[in-house]
Write a protein that binds this ligand. Structure first.
Ligand code: DAH
Length: 352
């Protein structure tokens, strides 16, 4: 019996050594350690053995069983590794191939320009003050010296929001960032009504107008409003501040000029032009041969507006301006159609 066990072990190990794939391994397991394998037959016939044989054969049969099982496990591991090595060999990976590029998002050109403007203004001491996009008629117009039926309202065709009959004070989408002046002045003044603190703020944000959409006009656009209020602020401060801003934005050699203009909420009012940076002032299509590009409206805050904000116009004065980041980008990059900004065409957007 012991010889038979030796024979079983020898032949099983020999056949195992020749195995190279999983299917053959499975078949080997059934044939050599399975229920009807020769080894298991030895266990089955155990009862017929003599008392003396039992412990000797039993010990040897167990040893063979353990030996075969551990040889199987070892072989299985080797077969698995060989298969892995083979697949690595067959599916060679070229790590020098360039990777697939991932499309990285970026800031919208308007946001980029808005940030440039605000960065420069921050360097000049202007703090950002954000104001609401949905306004009431009184703040958007009346407090800024546009009485009801004032013809200047025609410059800013308005989106009204249906909110029941609110009489002379309907709700609307702000047509400009100027109403933020009223909110800001009132908030600052409330901190010390007897002697309100000076103000130096930039008010950025989206504005909305009920316009026919064309290459030159959109129903939405950004503005950056500026407001400085204090004692003894003069038109010279306005000119100095805006000239400095333009030089920081468009270059130290940029030349500017101020032209008299009209806005209900400033007196006197002006528009500022910068020398055309496309043709250097010689005259071209972009500046319509004038050599100058208009970039903002500005003026000294009207006494009524100061009053409405809680600042006594006999003590305080101030200047304000409003400019458009999209317009600046259009001029700078010769973009001839404002509709590109909100058209969501990546071919346009990815150029910035
Ligand atoms: N709110 C004006 C507009 O949208 C722009 C403007 C002009 C703002 C003069 C000002 C200013 O603060 O002083 O057309």
């Amino acid at each position: 019996m012991l010889d038979k066990l030796k024979e079983i072990e020898k032949s099983a190990l020999e056949s195992l050594a020749a195995i190279t794939d999983q299917a053959a391994l499975d078949a080997w397991r059934v044939a050599n350690v399975g229920r009807s394998s020769p080894l298991m037959q030895v266990f089955a016939g155990f009862g017929k053995l003599s008392k003396e044989e039992k412990p000797v054969v039993g010990a040897e049969a167990n040893r063979v069983k353990v030996a075969l099982e551990s040889a199987l496990a070892e072989r299985a591991e080797a077969v698995k590794n060989a298969a892995l090595a083979k697949s690595l060999e067959e599916e060679k990976l070229d790590v020098t191939l360039p990777g697939r590029s991932v499309n990285v998002g970026r800031l919208h050109p308007s946001t980029q320009q808005l940030r440039r403007v605000l960065d420069i203004l921050a360097e000049m001491g202007f703090q950002v003050y954000t104001s609401r996009e949905v306004e009431t008629d009184d703040i958007n117009f009346q407090m800024l010296n546009f009485p009801l039926d004032h013809p200047a309202r025609d410059m800013q065709d308005t989106f009204f929001i249906e909110a029941g009959d609110r009489g002379d004070n309907p709700i609307l989408m702000r047509t400009h960032t100027s109403p933020g002046q009223i909110h800001a002045m009132r908030e600052y003044a409330a901190t010390n009504p007897q002697d309100p603190p000076p103000i130096r703020i930039a008010l950025p944000g989206m504005c909305f107008r009920y316009e026919q959409i064309t290459a030159r006009s959109e129903i939405q656009f950004n503005q950056v409003e500026g407001l400085a209020v204090g004692k003894n602020i003069t038109f010279a401060d306005l000119k100095g501040t805006l000239t400095d801003f333009v030089r920081r934005m468009f270059g130290q050699d940029a030349r500017v000029r101020f032209r008299a203009s009209y806005f209900p909420f400033t007196e006197p009012s002006a528009e500022m032009d910068v020398e055309c940076f496309v043709c250097g002032g010689k005259g071209c299509q972009v500046c319509k041969n004038s050599g100058w590009l208009e970039i903002l409206g500005c003026g000294m805050v009207h006494p009524n507006v100061l009053q409405n904000g809680g600042y006594d116009p006999n003590i305080y004065s101030g200047f304000a301006w409003g400019m458009g980041p999209e317009r600046q980008l259009m001029l700078r990059n010769k973009i001839n159609d404002i509709r590109y900004f909100w058209g969501n065409d990546v071919r346009f957007l990815e150029q910035f």
